[in-house]
Structures are given as C-alpha cells and as structure tokens.
Design a protein around this ligand. Structure first.
Ligand SMILES: C[S@@+](CC[C@H](N)C(=O)[O-])C[C@H]1O[C@@H](n2cnc3c(N)ncnc32)[C@H](O)[C@@H]1O
Length: 342
C-alpha cells in the first residue's frame, strides 16, 4: 500500500531532523534554541555545514514547506501571502532603528516603553510591528511587553552584514515589486514583449529610464547607492562561499594559471574565502562594474587580502580584458538578465 502524502513527508522530515541532530552532536554543538539572545555557532556567516547537515537542512525545509501547504487552509495561505510584505517592512524598520542593538544581550527582554524611549518612536505603533515580527520568528517576547533578540534578529544588528540586506536591499526589492506585474502585463505590447534591461520593473517602479546596472546606470550615477548595493551583497555571497571553497579542488584547478578571476564578483567575498582557505593560490581578480570598486576594495582590505585580491573594472558584456591563463568563475551574476543577453 502506498504511503499518504502527509505520512511520506512526515517520515522524510523526521529522518532529516534525525540527521540534523546527529550532525550537531558529532560536532559537539548544542541544538539551536529560540529562547535565548545568544547566537548559535551555526549562525556564523562563515559556518561550513557538513554535506550531510546541508542536505538534512534542505530536505527538512522542503518537507516543512510541503507539509504546510497540505495542512494549512488555502485561504489562510492566501491571506498570509497578501500581508507578508508587512513582515519584510517590519524587518526593515527594526534594522533601520536598530532594535536588535537596543535589545543587545538581554535574556529577559527590554520593555516596550524603554525601546520606544531609546528609539524615539511611538510605543504603541512599535509594539504592533514587533509583535508581528515575534509571530514570524524574529525577536522574542519573553514576557508580555518585553522584547529580546533571538538567532534571527541577531543578524540584522548594525555592523552585521545582514543589516544591509534588511535595509537597502529590502527597500529596493519592496519598491521594485510595485512595478513587477506591470512589467509582465504592460498595456503597451512594445514594453510587454521587451526583455532588455531598460524595460524592467525597476524603471516602472523608480520612474526612471536608466538601467539599474551598467554605464550611465542607476548605480553609476549614485556612488552611495552602489556602496550600499555592494554591502548588501556581502550578506549573500558569504553564506555560500565557504561551501563553494570546500567543494572544489581550487588549488589543483588554479595550478599553472595566472589567477582566479571572479566575473561579476561583487565585493570579492568568494575570492577572499578562497584566499583564506588556499594560501598557495597567489592571485585573485574581482571583476565588476566600476561603481562597486569602493565597497569591494574596503571589504578586501578588511579581510587583509589587498595584496593578492585585486579589484578590476570589467563589464561582462564587453570583451574580456584578461588574455592569459586564467580560471574564470561566475556566480549569481547573470540572473537579472534575460537569456537573450547571456
Ligand atoms: C547578485 S550580485 C552577485 C555578486 C557575487 N558574484 C556573489 O555571488 O555574491 C551580481 C553582481 O554582478 C555585477 N554586475 C551586474 N552587471 C554587470 C556587468 N555588466 N558587468 C560586470 N558586473 C556586473 C553587479 O555589480 C553585482 O556585483
């Protein structure tokens, strides 16, 4: 007799959780808790899960997602989907006024009156946003009206890479989604059927004619914006860089070559991870648009690799300037572009 969908997913989830717990135990790590303000070692952006733990996480989250769709009322799912933008807007608010910094390491929580006073925000308004966040797993409310950090809220503290994702990138995506449906279903067929970088949700939402990336584009015209974009990417690359660095034999791949070149390399997080793990590789080049130079060079310097990781302006739609023996790498670089341009 075949298993029901729920039973099959339940079994899959249980097996994945068993592996997850066993992997924690094998690394002498406690289970993560939602009842403490302390970050867990696996929350470190540079933490490298074992392949078994990575897979267990992936399978557990996938089965949880499917179980949710099986168990939840579709109307509740639709309502939650309709209002989910308020969750990301509340995360942005919390990051902008650094609620996580105000709560710091307090385990018992800080009263809403004190938070309101320290952020100079109306307590009643703020309390509603914080409670929404608590209900979605951000922050804790250890006793009524007292709020504390948890492993999710810790990553949006000022000074952490996640702060830039929760502020600048959150705001960018929130605004771009306003024009998203119109981009695909535009009343003008010339716009609707155009897939170039000048006919996107970005132009509609920002009421501009320039492209986001590229010469004369949005980021080029506003260097401050380009730095914030670069900093936001600093919370994306480093989550996968340790795995990418571990999963390939980079030293062998780079042997006899002039350098590893990361095309559209952003801040240079991958090159810095590779430089740290493979000291025998002598030269890395991060190629990206000129406006990202400042964020990249300051990140590379902060990692202490300015001598071997060099930034170089290179538009990846233009002929490659490097003609020697190079290893070219590209990750997450082309997804904003239609297949026609890649
Ligand atoms: C999503 S980010 C990925 C960054 C990095 N590869 C990573 O994995 O974190 C895309 C990168 O492509 C760069 N980019 C976009 N258009 C480009 C172009 N025409 N030439 C070179 N880089 C470009 C952006 O500046 C940005 O740093």
């Amino acid at each position: 007799m075949s298993l029901s969908e729920i039973t099959s997913l339940q079994n899959t989830l249980n097996s994945a959780l068993d592996v997850f717990k066993a992997e924690l135990a094998a690394q002498n790590l406690s289970e993560p808790s939602l009842n403490t303000s302390k970050p867990h070692p696996i929350d470190d952006i540079a933490y490298l899960p074992t392949p078994a733990m990575f897979e267990a996480r992936r399978v557990a989250l996938a089965s949880l997602g499917l179980l949710r769709s099986l168990v939840q009322s579709p109307y509740d799912a639709l309502a939650a989907n309709t209002w989910m933008t308020l969750e990301s807007a509340s995360v942005r608010l919390a990051a902008e006024v650094d609620i996580a910094g105000v709560l710091a390491n307090s385990e018992d929580g800080v009263s809403i009156d004190e938070i309101a006073q320290r952020t100079d925000i109306d307590g009643l308004k703020l309390e509603r946003a914080l409670r929404l966040l608590v209900s979605q797993g951000w922050f804790r409310e250890p006793k009524h009206g007292y709020f504390a950090n948890n492993r999710l809220s810790n990553v949006i503290k000022k000074g952490h890479p996640g702060f830039h994702l929760a502020t600048y990138m959150n705001d960018l995506f929130n605004k771009v989604t306003v024009g998203f449906s119109e981009m695909i279903n535009h009343p003008d067929p010339n716009f609707r059927k155009n897939t170039d970088p000048l006919h996107t949700a970005f132009q509609l939402s920002y009421k501009t004619e320039v492209a986001f990336f590229g010469a004369d584009g949005w980021l080029t015209k506003d260097p401050e914006e380009a730095i914030k974009f670069g900093l936001s990417m600093g919370a994306v690359g480093p989550t996968s860089d340790p795995g990418v660095a571990a999963d390939f034999r980079w030293a062998e791949i780079a042997r006899g070559k002039d350098a590893i070149v990361d095309v559209g390399g952003g801040q240079g997080t991958l090159c810095c991870s590779l430089a740290a793990k493979y000291p025998e590789i002598k030269q890395f080049i991060v190629q990206d648009l000129p406006e990202t130079r400042a964020a990249a060079e300051s990140f590379i310097e902060s990692k202490g690799f300015s001598d071997k990781v060099k930034f170089e302006a290179q538009d990846f739609f233009k002929p490659q300037r490097r003609k020697g023996k190079y290893v070219f790498v590209m990750q997450r670089g082309t997804f904003p572009f239609s297949n026609k341009y890649i």
